[in-house]
Design a protein around this ligand. Structure first.
Ligand SMILES: [Zn+2]
Length: 263
């Protein structure tokens, strides 16, 4: 009886231990499975997080930028004129476009394609001015002031007049790398006769298709503050160039219409 009782209780303890071991094995397996699942999910997750973050950042900088109507478009709509000087810390990555000329690397291919298509039409466009440093702009401005003084202008009047022809250093679009002066090989004078050349006629009709606009049209001098320059082209991107071409707007007017610039 005693032995039977011992056998009875001994058998029951073994069954309890066996059940406990089985439970622990199953629990360990479940925890391991859970750990593997979490690890797999985590390994798949980082790329999704990495994509989300930059989008949020660019949306933020877009909201801060003047003239930005489309994501990442702010750089090509930068306004530089007598009232809007370039920031002191402005810098640009340049690309060589031949003959000692360079432009903002982001517009080099658009410029190249436009010039190639112009040549394919049987014409001879030439770049006569492109990116300028602050120092070069300063010496161009100083030269103009000196020539006007030699013509009889008082120094103050010469400074003011020079500013309508050669942009005051820090306010020239050429310092952005987004502007080029283009002429016809058959007439390289920077005056109003340029307008009648085959190259300018082609550019006036087609430059907007490549994202460029004639920046200082004849009827916009009162808005731009710069004389008619039928040779100075500015990259603004294809969307803005089309809108400005269709609406007959200069950059200042385009930015005002867009609400990015106070009227
Ligand atoms: Zn120019």
């Amino acid at each position: 009886m005693i032995c039977q009782t011992r056998r009875y209780y001994g058998g029951r303890r073994r069954r309890v231990r066996r059940t406990r071991r089985l439970f622990l094995v199953l629990l360990s397996a479940a925890l391991l499975l859970l750990l593997i699942t979490v690890l797999m999910r985590w390994l798949a997750a980082p790329p999704a997080l990495a994509v989300i973050e930059p989008v949020g950042l660019s949306a933020q900088s877009e909201a801060d930028a003047v003239g930005a109507s489309d994501a990442g478009q702010d750089w090509q709509l930068i306004l530089v004129n007598a009232q809007h000087a370039l920031p002191d810390d402005f810098s640009v990555e340049l690309a060589d476009v031949g003959s000692g000329h360079s432009v903002d690397a982001r517009i080099a291919s658009a410029l190249q394609v436009m010039l190639d298509d112009c040549r394919a039409a049987g014409l001879e466009p030439l770049i006569c001015s492109s990116y300028r440093t602050q120092q070069i702009q300063q010496s161009l401005f100083d030269d103009k002031v000196q020539r006007l003084i030699a013509e009889g202008y008082a120094p103050d009047a010469a400074q003011a007049k020079a500013g309508t022809v050669v942009a005051v250093p820090g306010t020239s679009e050429h310092q952005t790398g987004l502007a080029v002066d283009l002429v016809d090989a058959g007439n390289q004078n920077l005056d109003e006769t340029q307008e009648q050349t085959p190259v300018q006629q082609w550019l006036l009709a087609h430059s907007w298709e490549y994202g460029f606009v004639l920046r200082y049209p004849n009827d916009k001098s009162s808005v731009t503050g710069i004389i008619y320059e039928p040779w100075h082209y500015r990259y603004v991107g294809k969307d803005a160039a089309r809108d400005m071409h269709e609406g007959g707007l200069c950059l200042e007017e385009y930015l005002q219409a867009d609400g990015a610039l106070a009227a």
